[in-house]
Design a protein around this ligand. Structure first.
Ligand SMILES: Nc1nc2c(ncn2[C@@H]2O[C@H](COP(=O)(O)OP(=O)(O)OP(=O)(O)O)[C@@H](O)[C@H]2O)c(=O)[nH]1
Ligand SMILES: [Mg+2]
Length: 391
């Protein structure tokens, strides 16, 4: 068993997890390792201490357990030795595998998707985000386990202190009825949001990118605001929009968005549609990437795939490499050569901000004010080509 960090102080839920990963087929070892490290950070974000990890390479998963029987025994032993009370799989598990593993290991077993859903549940603050998360959680549970079991699972364990909790109501109310109710609520919130967006007086620019890339820090640096920033995955779940002064009476509305991650649960993407729609409706996307991250290319690929999934792949974009203060001169040169049109910045140090403002101003000419209330302004920006085309 490989030891990861184990600090009681860092765990606020009192739970200890054993991480498990089955690397299938022709996997990329570096990618698998990074995915496991990311899972550890996700557990950390959920307030769970990590006792260690067990990994296995297999050509194919086993039907009943995903993991092979020999490795299952290792996992059992590792759980006992590490005093773990939850096992978190990096792979997606089906309902049968979860039930079998629960029984075989005698402790709660969850997968990466469920962990991400639970983090979202804990971190959602606005009414809209809470509805979106609860909807995604319930749809996930309903799709995987019979309702009676889904309700039991919903009542305990990590992350169940978010908007999805309230066991009494759950016990008394069929899950599916609640899902319909949540969908109706969400539709109302979305309609309200849509009306507000139609009236916007300035072009909309969205900060998108992998979680922890520094989007909120950049929003704060560019607009002198105080959005929540933390060295956590999914620090931001509620979008914030601030006015960005571009000089000469010209401005844009700059919006922070939920970060992306590899294998972001589809249900979550669907539920967060109204939040993520902001990217698709923008005149311009600032794709923010952590330039110093070892898996930069993977992150960019995930961002592009997610943008395609949410229908934002046709929006004009600028690529902003953030955290340039962490780069060696060689790495900086490599990035400049590979992405000559990208902007280099450090939101934390406040460097590269003027270049970003100029690039936004160039890409988003002033919007003509709407003639009647509720009528969207014609948007010249969407017809112009971008000086800093990228990626
Ligand atoms: N070294 C360095 N760190 C930075 C920079 N910008 C942001 N950070 C740090 O990166 C971490 C994540 O920053 P956030 O702004 O919360 O990142 P985010 O993209 O909004 O993250 P999510 O909301 O979780 O998707 C924080 O610890 C920041 O202080 C930078 O330019 N340089
Ligand atoms: Mg953020």
């Amino acid at each position: 068993m490989k030891q990861l960090w184990t600090t009681e102080e860092s765990a606020s839920s009192g739970e200890r997890a054993l991480l498990a990963q089955v690397a299938l087929g022709r996997f990329d070892p570096a990618e698998a390792e990074d995915s496991l490290a990311e899972l550890e950070r996700l557990a950390n974000t959920a307030g769970v201490a990590v006792a260690g990890s067990v990994t296995q390479r297999r050509m194919k998963p086993t039907a009943g357990f995903l993991i092979g029987t020999g490795k299952l025994a290792d996992l059992q032993l590792a759980c006992r030795q590490g005093q773990a009370n939850v096992v978190i799989f990096d792979n997606e598990l089906n309902a049968i595998q979860v039930n079998n593993l629960d029984r075989a290991l005698g402790i709660r077993v969850i997968d990466r998707t469920e962990l991400i859903l639970q983090i979202f549940a804990r971190r959602a603050r606005s009414a809209e985000a809470q509805i979106q998360v609860e909807l995604a959680q319930r749809q996930y549970l309903v799709s995987r386990i019979p309702v009676s079991e889904a309700q039991q699972r919903f009542q305990g364990g990590i992350g169940m202190r978010g908007p999805g909790e309230s066991p009494l109501r759950l016990r008394n109310e069929p899950m599916r009825r609640r899902i319909r109710e949540l969908k109706r609520k969400l539709e109302r919130v979305q309609a309200r949001r849509q009306r507000t967006r139609m009236r916007r007086p300035w072009p909309l620019v969205s900060l998108v990118g992998y979680t922890n890339a520094g989007k909120s820090t950049l929003l704060n640096a560019l607009t002198d605001s105080a959005a929540y920033v933390d060295d956590l995955l999914f620090a931001t779940l509620d979008t914030k929009t601030r006015r960005l002064d571009l000089g000469g009476g010209h401005a844009a509305l700059l919006t922070d968005t939920v970060g992306f991650i590899r294998r972001l649960p589809h249900g979550l993407v669907a539920s967060f549609r109204s939040t993520l729609d902001v990217a698709a409706e923008s005149e311009l996307l600032l794709i923010v990437a952590d330039a110093g991250h070892a898996r930069l290319n993977d992150h960019l690929r995930v961002v592009h795939n997610t943008l395609r999934e949410i229908g934002a792949d046709r929006v004009k974009r600028l690529l902003v490499f953030n955290k340039c203060d962490t780069l060696s001169p060689d790495r900086r040169d490599t990035i400049r050569q590979r992405w000559p049109d990208a902007l280099l910045a450090s939101a934390a140090r406040g460097t590269g901000l003027d270049e970003i403002r100029r690039a936004i101003a160039g890409a988003c000419p002033p919007v003509v004010a709407p003639r009647r209330s509720g009528e969207a302004a014609p948007n010249p920006a969407s017809q112009r080509s971008l000086p800093h085309a990228c990626v």
